[in-house]
Structures are given as C-alpha cells and as structure tokens.
Design a binder for this molecule. Structure first.
Ligand code: ADP
Ligand code: ASP
Ligand code: MG
Length: 440
C-alpha cells in the first residue's frame, strides 16, 4: 500500500476548531497515515507537572493537573455534541488524567516522567479519531507504542519498526486512513520513551522511510522553511526547494520548523519531504528532495546553548595524535562535536550538551590547558556554496563586520558556512545577515 505520511504539529490540533478543520483537510481518498503531535501547550504543561512531581510539591501539582484537565474538558464539550460521543470523550479524559494523578503518590523517576509526557499525543490522537467517528469517517488508530522502538544506541530500530508496521497495516487492507502518535516510542527495554522535544517530525520521517512512502508531509503553522528565523527577524520569505543536505543542515543548526534529525531517514530512502501550512493549504510550501538546488545562499539558522572549548597545548605543535586524543575524550563521553577550528597550538570546538562537560574537562586538562565559554550561538548560513567560487565568505564576513566572531568554519561542506558568536549578539547577527545576504 502506498501511504502518504502527513504529520500535523501542535498548533494544527491546538483547538477544537483546528481539529475540525484538520478532519476536513485530511479526509480525502488518498491513502495515508496521519501523525499527530499533542495539542499546543500540552507537552509544556506535562513537563511542568513532571518538574513539580520531581520536587514532590503535591500542593502545586494537583492544581496543574486539574487546570490541564479543565482545558481538555472544554475541548471535548466543543467537539462532541451528542451525549454518547461526549460521554466517550469524558471517559477518555478521566482515564488519562487519573493515570497522571496516580504518579503523585509514587516514587518519581525518568521512567514515570516519560509515561506522563506520552499522554499529550495519546490524547490528541484518540480525540481526533473519536471526532472522525462522529463524522462517519472510518479510520484506524495505530498505537505508536506498539511499533516505534529505539535500539540500545537510542536510534530508531528500523528493522523492527518496518516489520511491526507492515504486519499491522496488512490487517487493514481496505482502510486508507490511519492515525498515529508522533514523538512517543519505547526504548530497547520496552519502557515508554520519546524522540525528544519536537520529535513528531522525526516519527513521520521514520514511518515514511520504513514504509517507503511516496512523500512525507510536515504540516505546521508557517508556509515552509523561511530564509531566516521568523521569530527573530522580519521580513523573511519561504524557500520553495531545498536539497536534503541543505534541509538537514538547517534543521540540525536550529531551524525549529524541523526536528534536528528528521531529514536523515527520508534522505536515506530518497523520500521527498514537503513542508506545508495547515492554515494556508494552498501555499506552495517547501519541497525537500535529492535534486541539487541552484547555486547561492538559501537560508540562515541559529542554534543556542552552545559551549565553546578552547584546548591549547604546546604538544600540538608539529605533533600527530593530539587531535585524536582530544576527540577520543568526547567519544568516550558520547558527546558530539559541532564546530572545530584549529591553529598550530590550539583547537577550539563546540558542543551542545553539557551533560558530560565536567568529566570531559577533567580528562582534557590532563593533556592541555582548557578554557570554556558558555552561552554561545552557532549561526549557519546554508545553500549551494561552491568551493571554487569567490565571494561567498567575503559576503558573510562583510555582513557581520560589526559583530565579534568567536569561530568561523568554511569549507567543511559546500552547503554550510558557520560562525560562532556570543548569544548576546545573535539577533544583531541574524538581522545583519538578512540585510547583507538577502537585501532586507
Ligand atoms: P509544530 O508545532 O507544527 O511542530 P514548530 O513550532 O515546531 O511547529 O515549528 C514551526 C515554527 O518554526 C514556526 O512557527 C516558526 O516560528 C519556527 N521557525 C524557526 N525557524 C524557521 C524557519 N527558518 N522557517 C520557518 N519556520 C521557522
Ligand atoms: N509534543 C511534543 C513536543 O511538544 C512533540 C512535537 O510536538 O513534535 O515537543
Ligand atoms: Mg515542531
């Protein structure tokens, strides 16, 4: 079966009206799997509930749970007018919120947290399916917790996912409409887990890759990937085409519209990804595929929370093996490095996770002198930037001439020029690049 994958983010299911609109948008004859996020605000509310539970602040947690439940009660009242459907909707809420309340008495660990975070997507998909039922639209809910699994490296277990999904879908040869939860999964031990914040995009591309779908569509609240972060810079414009490599760079380096790793599964199986606007379905959006795009700079993205580490050693001078020794430390602590620049006696590199920072620093200090700078931002300038063409580096640096640059990375790939700035200069840098590179 050739199933189109359509993922809808939090705002696309963010109110009863949006859920009703979504039913209209999706109910056509194209066979599909609809992947849903939690209603907007829900995962944040669940995160807050979990933080309160960690702190054993029961006086605060009950009102938080109650206020989320009240919000859902309004949703259910709006969605279902007939008594039977309304009752069914209310029962669903009771089941999920009783489950969440159950944790107020228990010991609270990361496992319980993940079980609570999963409730948002479980609720949105169940409500959407109930609503379709009332509209006489047949659909099948595929529980993601039955097929979406991570392996021991916390990577999607593609063989398992493919097998489980194919077997399940084969049970419904005539159903063209499936619904499933984004974001949630199980880990290699069968416990409830998730694909990290924003992970519903990743779910969609994993499913699309597993089923070799004709297309993976990511529907959100904007008309595709823009040339700059529209939350920070005005004006911006949508980009109609990106290559997989360009889109992957933008997603990884901070374009929030896509989860950082969601391009990879699609790229591996050469499945086009299309970004669309739920509020403006007729807008062209962005097509991402394996076609090389035209020469030039397409877009800029920024990734915050970066730590720069400067490692200086006289032993690096004329020596080999020093960089290997440095990289092995990061490898041992499973911490990926994003940017690197070197000189004869020093190397600067960046990481975006501080989980193992202290251990890394202890080991680095055994072989070199080390300086750390927190709160840095990587700004990535992405497009087709041929290495044999003059002018691109100049244009970027000229636009940023008034901003202190901590690191510059050029030539690593023909898709990316990156600079590292202190986060206080982020907005200024994005605005300057919007002007210098796009003429705004
Ligand atoms: P969803 O909840 O549908 O997954 P997200 O909030 O995760 O939606 O992603 C969409 C948002 O990403 C947009 O509303 C926009 O503010 C933000 N965004 C950041 N950078 C970009 C960009 N380069 N192009 C488009 N949107 C971007
Ligand atoms: N609901 C999850 C989040 O808010 C996953 C997603 O929306 O993609 O992060
Ligand atoms: Mg998102």
């Amino acid at each position: 079966m050739n199933l189109l994958i359509q993922k809808f983010g939090g705002t696309s299911v963010g109110s009863p009206q949006r859920i009703k609109d979504l039913a209209k948008l999706t109910c056509d004859t194209t066979p599909k799997i609809v992947v849903l996020s939690a209603m907007s605000g829900t995962t944040n509310a669940l995160v807050e509930i979990c933080e309160t539970l960690y702190n054993k602040d029961n006086a605060k947690v009950n009102p938080l749970i109650q206020s989320l439940e009240d919000k859902y009660r309004l949703v259910v009242h709006d969605l279902f007018s007939e008594t039977e459907a309304l009752q069914k909707g209310m029962q669903l809420l009771q089941q999920h919120f009783d489950y969440i309340r159950g944790f107020t008495l228990d010991m609270f660990t990361a496992n319980e947290e993940k079980a609570i975070l999963a409730q948002g997507e479980l609720l949105s998909t169940a409500l959407f399916q109930y609503y379709l039922e009332t509209q006489k639209q047949t659909s099948v809910l595929l529980p993601a917790l039955q097929f979406m699994r991570l392996d021991t490296n916390e990577e999607p277990d593609m063989a398992y996912i493919e097998q489980q999904l194919t077997e399940t879908l084969a049970q419904y040869p005539t159903t063209p409409f499936f619904i499933t939860q984004g974001y949630i999964c199980r880990n290699a031990f069968g416990e409830i887990d998730n694909l990290k914040r924003g992970g519903s995009d990743y779910t969609a591309s994993i499913i699309g890759a597993a089923l070799r779908s004709p297309e993976i569509q990511i529907w959100t609240d904007i008309d595709g990937m823009h040339n700059n972060d529209p939350r920070i810079v005005q004006p911006t414009h949508p980009i109609h085409h990106l290559s997989f490599d360009e889109a992957a760079e933008l997603a990884y380096f901070g374009a929030k519209i896509l989860h950082p790793t969601c391009i990879l599964p699609a790229q591996k199986r050469n499945i086009p990804v299309r970004l669309k606007n739920t509020m403006q379905p007729q807008a062209e959006g962005t097509l991402i595929n394996n076609t090389n795009s035209s020469e030039g700079i397409k877009a800029i993205a920024a990734k915050d929370g970066i730590v720069a580490i400067n490692i200086k050693s006289e032993r690096m001078l004329l020596a080999y093996g020093f960089l290997r020794a440095v990289f092995e430390i990061f490898e041992r602590h499973k911490t990926p490095i994003d940017m690197i620049t070197t000189s004869e006696v020093a190397v600067s590199l960046t990481i975006d996770s501080t989980i193992h920072l202290n251990d890394i620093l202890i080991e680095l200090k055994e072989i070199a002198s080390v300086q750390v700078e927190m709160e840095q931002t990587i700004i990535s300038i992405v497009g087709q930037i041929p290495k044999d063409k003059a002018g691109y580096g100049y244009k970027v640096l000229e636009a940023l001439q008034h901003i202190p640059l901590r690191m510059v990375s050029y030539g690593g790939s023909s898709n990316n020029v990156s600079v590292l700035v202190n986060s206080v200069h982020k907005k200024e840098a994005l605005v300057a690049l919007n002007k210098g590179l796009f003429g705004y």
